[in-house]
Design a protein around this ligand. Structure first.
Ligand SMILES: O=C(O)CCC(=O)C(=O)O
Ligand SMILES: [Fe+2]
Length: 351
């Protein structure tokens, strides 16, 4: 694609520090500019969800202020953790950090990606090579991604890291457990090749209208659900054009995904569709499709989530504030925005 190999400086949108702040206790995402605005915009809904006394409100205010401060420091702190891990962490499965090999990938995934990269490939042909979970309306697909031995090795490595005394950044405010893959040093050997060599051709055919052919960055993390830890995930949409969610194991019951409509749609959560995770398989969906995870029953569930981003799409409209992004320089892939447009985007494809 147009930007391959060109060093880019990625940005985030300034709204990261004021929009979509998650308040787990009240199961609500809020915009936060200050006390008055919070009362005016969310007073009734907060009351209906149990934020009743002045003390409740004061506590909420303090938590939101802390969250804003945390978000401001996030990029620098993450870079510091990454540097420390690179210099002092000893992996249990060092082979995971070698460049991604085809033997790690399920034959079905290789076949679908190889087909998609052929000059004459089309959507119809690709659909014969993966499972359509929901066709026209929700456009959700599923296919095997990693082999069982690779899932096992990755899980072992992630557990080893979890048990180490290394500092850990959390995937987002909704997940308290899990790992950011770039901090672990797994972006370069694992996630970037997965995106560039395999997901890009697949997504270009499945979602050309969502930037599937223009993916140029990602945010990858592992979420973990276990008894006594996180057990479910509230309804949300991803800060991504497209998402792949791969079940790594272990053995578990419950914890299905559910999908509503696109977040912009008026009745976005009517008739949610339940999608079970299958170990080794990845669910592909649009980032803007509302979704969440049902409570885990038994066992432990670990999933690799890759939020795939296309700067050509998001540079026009930030999916989190739904405005033209107010760009702030950031480290690494930032939130996938860039100051310059990739030069060869065909705007007809994007609109
Ligand atoms: O629990 C899952 O499988 C979904 C996770 C998810 O949607 C997210 O982290 O964005
Ligand atoms: Fe999500």
């Amino acid at each position: 694609m147009a930007t391959a190999g060109v060093p880019q400086r990625f940005c985030r949108c300034a709204c990261f520090c004021s929009e979509n702040l998650y308040v787990a206790r009240y199961g609500l995402h809020v915009r936060f500019r200050g006390e008055q605005q919070l009362r005016a915009d969310y007073g009734p809904i907060l009351r209906s969800r149990g934020c009743v006394t002045p003390k409740d409100f004061q506590q909420l205010l303090e938590e939101l202020e802390q969250e804003v401060e945390r978000r401001k420091r996030l990029g620098q702190e993450s870079a510091a953790r990454k540097a420390l891990i690179a210099s002092s962490y000893h992996p249990a499965r060092p082979e995971i950090y070698n460049s991604l090999q085809d033997v790690a990938l399920a034959p079905e995934f290789l076949a679908a990606a190889e087909y998609s990269a052929l000059p004459g490939a089309d959507l119809k042909g690709l659909l014969q090579r993966l499972e359509t979970v929901s066709a026209e309306e929700k456009r959700i697909y599923r296919l095997p991604v990693f082999t069982a031995p690779f899932c096992q090795a990755l899980l072992e490595e992630l557990e080893h890291f979890e048990q180490s005394d290394m500092p850990k950044g959390r995937p987002n405010t909704m997940n308290n457990y899990g790992v950011l893959l770039h901090e672990l040093g797994l972006d370069e050997p694992l996630v970037t090749p997965l995106r560039e060599r395999f997901l890009q051709p697949l997504m270009a055919l499945l979602y050309p209208d969502c930037g599937g052919g223009w993916l140029d960055s990602h945010r990858a993390f592992v979420v973990k659900y276990a008894p006594g830890q996180d057990r479910e995930l509230g309804c949300h949409y991803d800060n991504a054009e497209l998402t792949i969610n791969v079940s790594l194991g272990k053995a578990f019951t419950g914890g299905a995904l559910y999908f509503g409509g696109l977040f912009q749609a008026p009745s976005a959560l009517a008739n949610p569709l339940e999608v079970e995770h299958v170990v080794g398989q990845g669910v592909l969906h649009r980032g803007g499709q509302l979704h969440g995870a049902r409570p885990l029953g038994t066992g432990e569930r670990w999933n690799l989530i890759v939020w795939l981003r296309a700067s050509a799409v998001r540079n026009r409209l930030c999916p989190m504030c739904c405005r033209k992004p107010d760009l702030v320089d950031d480290v690494g892939f930032g939130d996938g925005f860039t100051r310059e447009e990739p030069t060869t985007v065909d705007v007809c494809v994007m609109t």
